[in-house]
Design a protein around this ligand. Structure first.
Ligand SMILES: C[S@@+](CC[C@H](N)C(=O)[O-])C[C@H]1O[C@@H](n2cnc3c(N)ncnc32)[C@H](O)[C@@H]1O
Ligand SMILES: [Zn+2]
Length: 225
């Protein structure tokens, strides 16, 4: 098994094949922002390999109407908007007004403001108000346990549409003998059980066809017609 260092070297090699990351400033700004914003801030930008993959996925599926829960500062939303092309729209939800303002600022800076719409609010509430169906949904808002908006999120996905769920690295942490951190601080005392319960729920849903991809961690599901 490659060590963490070797994994990092492999990731770096693969990323460098593509030249500079056009949105690397947003990635760095997300890291700096989190330190400054305070304890409630959960802006952990997407793994750059995964962000690139999201762009490729929406391009492959020719997704037009895209929804994201957990916008952060917009790093993954920019990759989605880039991949989906000029006819697409990306609606990305975040609970913090300062995040929404920064998403708008970055979308403007990268010439993507006509494709990216940042929505301020709680995932649950915003999802209840949204209308119509989406071709592609990226959930980067949940952590450690099934989100309360799971059913509504699937309802908003058109049959044949793709659901991409981030943050599954915690499964690996639940299996290795020595996790990197005390995850109970972030995901509750029963985090090993709750993360696995969510994986089992997704895998057993009759309306989804799900695959879990380790490194970059992503669950990919298609809503069955
Ligand atoms: C992991 S970060 C998102 C990173 C972003 N997708 C990127 O790649 O840079 C999670 C973000 O989701 C927001 N968030 C978490 N749960 C949420 C919820 N239930 N409703 C709205 N926003 C939420 C947090 O404020 C945070 O900005
Ligand atoms: Zn913040």
């Amino acid at each position: 098994m490659p060590s963490e260092d070797e994994h990092a070297r492999i990731d770096r090699y693969l990323l460098e094949l593509h030249g500079p990351d056009p949105y690397s400033d947003v990635y760095s700004a997300s890291e700096t922002h989190r330190e400054a914003h305070g304890a409630d801030c959960e802006v952990y930008p997407s793994n750059p390999l995964k962000a690139r993959l999201l762009g490729t996925l929406v391009r492959t599926a020719a997704s037009r109407r895209i929804l994201e829960i957990g916008g952060g500062l917009g790093y993954s939303a920019l990759w989605l908007a880039n991949g989906a092309g000029t006819a697409a729209s990306v609606e990305t939800i975040d609970r913090f007004p300062e995040h929404v303002a920064l998403i708008e600022e970055y979308a403007q800076r990268f010439g993507l403001s006509d494709r990216v719409n940042a929505i301020e609010g709680e995932g649950d509430e915003v999802l209840r108000q949204l209308q119509g169906r989406y071709d592609f949904i990226h959930d980067d808002g949940w952590f450690g346990k099934e989100p309360s908006y799971l059913d509504r999120m699937i309802e908003l996905l058109r049959p044949g549409g793709t659901l991409a769920i981030s943050n599954w690295f915690l499964i690996e942490q639940s299996i290795v003998p020595e996790p990197d951190k005390d995850w109970s601080r972030f995901a509750g005392p029963d985090w090993r059980q709750t993360i696995r319960a969510y994986a089992e729920t997704l895998a057993s849903r009759s309306d989804l066809d799900v695959s879990f991809i380790p490194r970059p961690w992503l669950a990919l599901a298609v809503r069955k017609p």
